[in-house]
Design a protein around this ligand. Sequence first.
Ligand code: ATR
Length: 278
Amino acid sequence: MILSGKAKLAGVMGWPVSHSRSPRLHGFWLNRYQIDGAYVPLAVPPEKIREALRALSCLGFKGCNVTIPHKEAAFEAVDRLTGRAKKIGAVNTVMVDENGGLTGDNTDGYGFIENLKAGAAGWRTEKPAAVLGAGGAARGVLVALQDAGVKNIRLTNRTKQRAEALAADLGGIEVVDWSERSDCLEDVGLLVNTTSLGMSGQAPLDMTLSGLNAEAVVTDIVYSPLKTDLLLKAEQRGNTVVDGLGMLLHQARPGFAAWFGVEPEVDDALRSFVLEDL
Ligand code: ATR
């Protein structure tokens, strides 16, 4: 580790923040590229998030990531928003400019798409996509799919009103009943789980894949376990599967590049390093 008096500083604000993988991930890149810099965990309670973000420039920070539960508060607190942050309605990456102003970006959808491109070269945006879930994570995924050119999106969620609200807000999305989630897969090019189902300690995702065509790509934003039941089932049927860890790794790239001035690479060495501590 190089850490001089001129070190560039960044970090992640969360509450709690101890579970965050980001310090390990950015620390790996700082070491790999021999950068004079540090990326630190910043435990910030909800009532202090605005103050903490404002303090970044006083402390000489280049910026930070924000994670649960601060993404919406950061959206309100910054001075400027990128187009994708505006569409997603939440901020996960903050950049401090030369005058101390704060720009809020959201790289979750970017990370999702980059991970898909890296893991499923055969994925075709012309085909319909089926998305499970209508929470904050789903919104990032839907915006990214639309920006990538997917015109036909089917959205299904246990609480239908949430899916309907999201579809009305983003436009061009068809809502499917949760009870019919296994019956809308015949012609899809992509199936995405954005719910917490299948995560360690949560209920499994009850889904039948018999209607899914052989070319469809299946991905899960859950990465603990790395191979969720959904991905295992899809893999057994011969579908291409993409696990959720890559999304975490790829969403970190734009922030690292902005703060530390190097475009970082996601590769197997990084994956293994982050996986060791999952
Ligand atoms: P996030 O920001 O990570 O998306 P969230 O907003 O709490 O978190 O959303 C969680 C998603 O998982 C929602 O789509 C939720 O469905 P509801 O909108 O019906 O709550 C879904 N989810 C969580 N537990 C579920 C369960 N037991 N069955 C079906 N869906 C579930």
